[in-house]
Design a protein around this ligand. Sequence first.
Ligand code: CP
Ligand code: NVA
Length: 304
Amino acid sequence: MLRHLRAIEDCTREELDGFIERALELKKEHKAGVRHSQLVGKTIGLIFEKPSTRTRVSFESAMYGLGGQVIFLSGRDTQLARSEPLKDMARVMARYVDGMVVRTFGQEVVEELARYSSVPVINALTDLHHPCQIMSDLMTVIEKKGPLENLKIAWVGDGNNVANSWIQAAEILGFELILACPEGYDPNPEILKKGRSNGAKPIVLVRSPEQAVAEADVINVDVWTSMGQEGEEDRRLAVFRGFQMNDALLAHAPDAAIVMHCLPAHRGEEITEEVLESERCVAFDQAENKMHMHKAILEKLIGG
Ligand code: CP
Ligand code: NVA
């Protein structure tokens, strides 16, 4: 049974399908004005050591929407900032809250908290993974394009945390994934190797963005410089120049292909204003779906 959500690979295929189905149902209910109370009396702690707009607000509104409560702690608010051991933090927090949602740098922080916590720990982004993002993005893909197993999904840009989580999703759910990353900016090699050996459909790494989008139903882009990499920005701007999602690149994709961006976007870098604001880009629907998916995640992990 799923206890923690540290990465997509914590979930079985059935669990991922279940989350998506439930999130779609919760979205319908939200639009119909249905009120929920399944998490009344429950509290989660949000521990965020990196900035966030979407993930923080959507987790908070999801928890309140299910009748629960939230305590938000930024990195500097806790004794973690003064090097209190994670194993102590985990055991203390678990005595106060019913779950922890954590955004941090190292994946090992989430792993260590989960190891010592008697309540669920949910990864809200690390340098290595962004599982909740991909779970709501899968929901958006299904809404826009239908069943995943018939689709070709492309990734253009940095082989970062979001790319790693897409690879794990492709491995578990069995859809085709083609990633175009510049040399030296590949996804995590172990995640890629495991995804390729276990996935039912090909997971391919190429160097050409045009090749990646050529037959894609869905094209994903993300920032070139992730949180924590600010010192590398100038070098990254130069390396990724040919990987911009613009009209010229989109012209190589099928007419029906949609563009996804988990946001925040840097217009003029990884995506142009024209593409981001075009009908083909579903970034704001992705942002909306985060709240519904987070409700589904909280309901299952915190509600039991
Ligand atoms: N997509 C996403 O995680 O956005 P935030 O950094 O604003 O939470
Ligand atoms: N790859 C980006 C995602 C932001 C939601 C980062 O880690 O900053």
